[in-house]
Design a protein around this ligand. Structure first.
Ligand SMILES: Cc1cc2nc3c(=O)[nH]c(=O)nc-3n(C[C@H](O)[C@H](O)[C@H](O)COP(=O)(O)OP(=O)(O)OC[C@H]3O[C@@H](n4cnc5c(N)ncnc54)[C@H](O)[C@@H]3O)c2cc1C
Length: 451
């Protein structure tokens, strides 16, 4: 039997690890966050309790496997005491990187570094209480622009309009490069915010863009039935609270900060649509408009984190270009022109921002199947470090890793806190608090029992 390292404990990493462990191999998971789950824990909308509880149960089942070992609070990369080279010193037979897509897509706009400008992933990490984002400044103001027209935009608008405790947001303006017929969100998700749609402003916006849509054969009259069915369901219903606006065929071109360094205006350029390869592409024109906004959130997808140390190209971690199904899971080093033997990627680390949890699970399991095939082809697996040796190695490197038994202590404390606060679920939003709670629980367990 071999030892396989899995880096990342989101859905892709955990389901990959489960499959490899069930095949009988020692499987060691290293995870940046104290807790497992990745975006399933820290991205999925906070009130989707049923889904989150279900996923936590499945993750706990995987972690309960005796030959699956967990080291949380261990980021791997050039920014950490543990990088790919240090993992290699421990001689795993194979490594799967399921680290998601942790980089931020930058458009290189003037003013992009102004205060009040955020990437969607960081912002959802903040409201889902992932350390350290939970304690950083993600303040939002009265007028928030969200760039992008997918489900992540809907989550953010929902948070700002409905669930954000400070309820400061007076208006959310969705800015979309393309037209209303190319909205990417699901009807079920949009239903959570449709009552905020400013219908009068929406009709005016359709009027504003209809000729540009018609130029590529898009009929604005089809918008209600195709992408905004709420307009068909309740055609005459006025918005309960008209605070959600759309600006179509627009691209951000400049962020203009105010004297306090926070975004004060966003310059957007009008786009036209150009027919291309049976579809359309958006082309920016010279016509610009300034919008008064004090917060800007980019919900345009994520990119891979270069600091992890895997070879990175324009579309993310570089994989084998071959045509066999396993190739796109094998990491390829353009410097040597060769596949990196035994190094795989899965989930959003393979294809950034691709699909829901079910897809990430499937991708993790498919990646694991390729790893198992690779292991079967090895003449003799290397003599890898044991979990105890790995724990000592991390300690020597100054890393305070969190084990499976630590996770269970943390779970006990959080359950107790939830009960005490009358909540269905409680989670700490700071690594130091989690580590302290674990230590406290450990010392309680070692106290002599009073006679
Ligand atoms: C805002 C938002 C809302 C979503 N809502 C839904 C929804 O409602 N339903 C649904 O089905 N799907 C939803 N998704 C999609 C779903 O979350 C993803 O499909 C899935 O989580 C991707 O899994 P993954 O394991 O590839 O990556 P991730 O979930 O991102 O997991 C990556 C893991 O790698 C770890 N990691 C990162 N960097 C390092 C490092 N350097 N070293 C060690 N570990 C590292 C992280 O700690 C994390 O555990 C949503 C996504 C977003 C962004």
């Amino acid at each position: 039997m071999a030892t396989v390292f899995v880096v990342g404990a989101g859905p892709a990493g955990l389901f990959a690890a489960q499959k490899i462990a069930l095949a009988g191999h020692e499987t060691v998971v290293f995870n940046r966050d104290v807790k497992p789950g990745g975006l399933a824990e820290y991205g999925i909308y906070p009130v989707k309790d049923k889904m989150k509880f279900g996923l936590r149960k499945q993750f706990a089942k995987a972690l309960a496997l005796p030959n699956l070992h967990y080291f949380g609070h261990v980021p791997v990369g050039s920014h950490s005491p543990i990088n790919i080279e240090s993992l290699r010193e421990l001689c795993p037979a194979a490594m799967v990187f399921a680290v998601g897509a942790q980089g931020n897509k930058k458009l290189g706009l003037p003013g992009e570094n102004a205060a009040g400008v955020y990437s969607a992933k960081d912002f959802v990490y903040f409201y889902n209480l992932l350390p350290p984002f939970a304690s950083q400044d993600f303040s939002t103001g009265k007028r928030v622009a969200v760039i992008g027209m997918g489900n992540v935009m809907v989550d953010i608008a929902r948070w700002l309009l409905l669930d954000c405790p400070d309820r400061k947001t007076e208006e959310v303006i969705v800015i979309a490069r393309r037209g209303p017929l190319e909205a990417k969100f699901d009807e079920k998700e949009f239903a959570h915010i449709e009552m905020y749609l400013d219908r009068k402003a929406f009709q005016e916006e359709l009027e504003r863009v209809k000729e540009r849509l018609a130029a590529v054969g898009q009929d604005v009259g089809k918008v209600p039935e195709e992408t905004f069915p709420c307009l068909v369901k309740n055609p005459d219903q006025p918005a309960v609270d008209a605070r959600l606006k759309f600006r179509f065929l627009s691209s951000p071109v400049e962020i203009i900060p105010g004297p306090d360094g926070r975004i004060a205006r966003l310059k957007v350029a009008d786009n036209i649509l150009v027919a291309r390869d049976g579809g359309t592409s958006a082309k920016t024109t010279d016509k610009t408009t300034d919008l008064d906004v004090d917060t800007l959130i980019f919900a345009i997808g994520d990119v891979h984190d270069q600091l992890v140390g895997l070879p990175c190209g324009p579309s993310g971690y570089v994989t084998n270009q071959g045509t066999e199904p396993r190739c796109s899971y094998e990491v390829f080093d353009p410097m040597t022109g060769k596949v990196m033997p035994g190094i795989f990627v899965a989930g959003w680390a393979r294809k950034a921002s691709e699909g829901l949890v079910g897809i990430a699970r499937h991708d993790g399991e498919t990646g694991a199947a390729h790893v198992l095939q690779y292991l079967a082809g090895l003449q003799a697996p290397p003599h890898s470090a044991s979990p105890d040796e790995i724990a000592r190695f991390l300690e020597r490197k100054g890393v305070q890793a969190v084990s499976k038994s630590d996770l269970s202590l943390l779970g006990t404390v959080e359950e107790r806190e939830a009960k005490a606060r009358g909540l269905t679920y409680f989670k700490y939003s700071d690594d130091a608090d989690m580590l302290a709670a674990i230590e406290q629980e450990k010392s309680k367990a070692s106290e002599p029992v009073a006679q």
